[in-house]
Design a protein around this ligand. Structure first.
Ligand code: FES
Length: 160
C-alpha cells in the first residue's frame, strides 16, 4: 500500500492499469474498486472517473456503487487499523460493550480515523474466531478474549 493522496500521473497510471486489468471480466467494477483500495488503502473520489473510463461505465454508475457499499474508504486510513468484531458470537460475550469502549478510547466512531492519523476504527462481522471472543484485530494481528483493559494495551502498543 503506497497511500499516495493526490492524483499524480503515477497514480493515474496505476489506477487505470488496475481497472484495465479487469476490464474484460464480467461485472468488474466491485473487483476493481477492491483492488484499488488494496493498493492505496482507500478509493479517492477523484479516481472514480478513471475507473469509469477504463470500464466504459458512466461516472454516476461508479459513484453509485462506491456510495452504496460501505467497504470503501474515501480517505487514507490511519497508521494502524483497529477492527472490532460485532457479530453474534462475540456480542454474546461482551463485544457490544467493547465496541462502545473502543469508540470512547479512540475518540472516533466506526469508519473514522483519529485526527492525528494514528488509528482507524472499523467494525467487522466475524473473523472466524468466534470461540475466543470478543475478537479484535490491531495492525493486522488477531486477538481473542479482549476486554477493555487489554484493548487499551493493544492500541497503546500499536500506536505509540
Ligand atoms: S463472531 Fe466474532 S469472530 Fe466470529
Amino acid at each position: 500500500m503506497s497511500g499516495v493522496p493526490t492524483l499524480s500521473g503515477e497514480v493515474e497510471i496505476s489506477v487505470r492499469s488496475i481497472a484495465a486489468a479487469r476490464s474484460g471480466e464480467e461485472g468488474p467494477l466491485l473487483l476493481v474498486l477492491h483492488d484499488v483500495q488494496r493498493e492505496f488503502g482507500y478509493v479517492d473520489p477523484q479516481w472514480l472517473p478513471l475507473v469509469a473510463d477504463e470500464l466504459n461505465l458512466s461516472r454516476a454508475e461508479v459513484h453509485g456503487v462506491v456510495s452504496f457499499y460501505h467497504d470503501f474508504r474515501d480517505k487514507p486510513p490511519g497508521t494502524v487499523t483497529v477492527r472490532v468484531c460485532r457479530a453474534e458470537a462475540c456480542q454474546s460475550v461482551g463485544a457490544h460493550a467493547l465496541a462502545e469502549h473502543a469508540q470512547s478510547r479512540l475518540g472516533i466512531g466506526f469508519g473514522e480515523t483519529t485526527d492525528n492519523g494514528s488509528a482507524t476504527l472499523e467494525q467487522v462481522f466475524c473473523f472466524g474466531n468466534c470461540a475466543f471472543g470478543p475478537t479484535v484485530e490491531v495492525g493486522g494481528m488477531l486477538y481473542g478474549r479482549v476486554d477493555n483493559e487489554r484493548f487499551d494495551a493493544l492500541v497503546e502498543g500499536a500506536t505509540s
